[in-house]
Ligand binder design. Structure first.
Ligand SMILES: [Mg+2]
Length: 155
């Protein structure tokens, strides 16, 4: 029996639930990330099989969070449409949506660079703050040099 629709595995922390504070406990969850409810609903309406794919244990509290936040899904950490001989393996899907995922494009040279500079989106703000501080320090340095060194022209 061949399935008609496609399957998507969606990570929980950092994709459905805010993970900016990191792991706080088995049944401690962040707020829903804006749009997760409507996006999963749209996927279901378009015929996708939606699987929540998480490192968290599947608890009643997790199921309640998904229900309370109106997340549309079919399964958690299982794909019953997967061949029986691959049970216990990575779940089969057409797309994996994950805040810690990278897209491999067939080029390991680029990928190894991308790995070195990888930053999950929820940490991006810290990186932005770091850049702002570096820019500010540079501007202060330039200001100081202009004031104290008459040979420094406008940079
Ligand atoms: Mg995650």
């Amino acid at each position: 029996m061949k399935k008609k629709g496609k399957t998507i595995c969606i990570d929980f922390d950092g994709v459905l639930s805010d993970y900016s504070s990191g792991y706080q406990g088995e049944d401690v969850f962040g707020d829903m990330i804006k749009g997760a409810d409507s996006a999963t609903q749209i996927l279901k309406e378009k015929g996708w099989t939606v699987i929540i794919y998480t490192t968290r244990p599947v608890t009643d509290a997790l199921k309640k969070w998904l229900e309370d936040n109106k997340i549309s899904y079919d399964y958690i950490n299982e794909n019953p449409d997967q061949p029986k001989d691959s049970e216990g393996s990575k779940l089969m899907a057409d797309i994996y949506l994950d805040d810690r995922g990278m897209r491999f494009n067939g080029d390991w040279d680029w990928t190894i660079r991308d790995i070195a500079s990888f930053m999950p989106w929820e940490k991006k703000e810290d990186e932005e703050t770091k850049k702002q501080k570096m820019k500010q320090a540079y501007e202060e340095e330039v200001k100081w040099m202009k004031k104290n060194n008459p040979f420094v022209a406008d940079i």
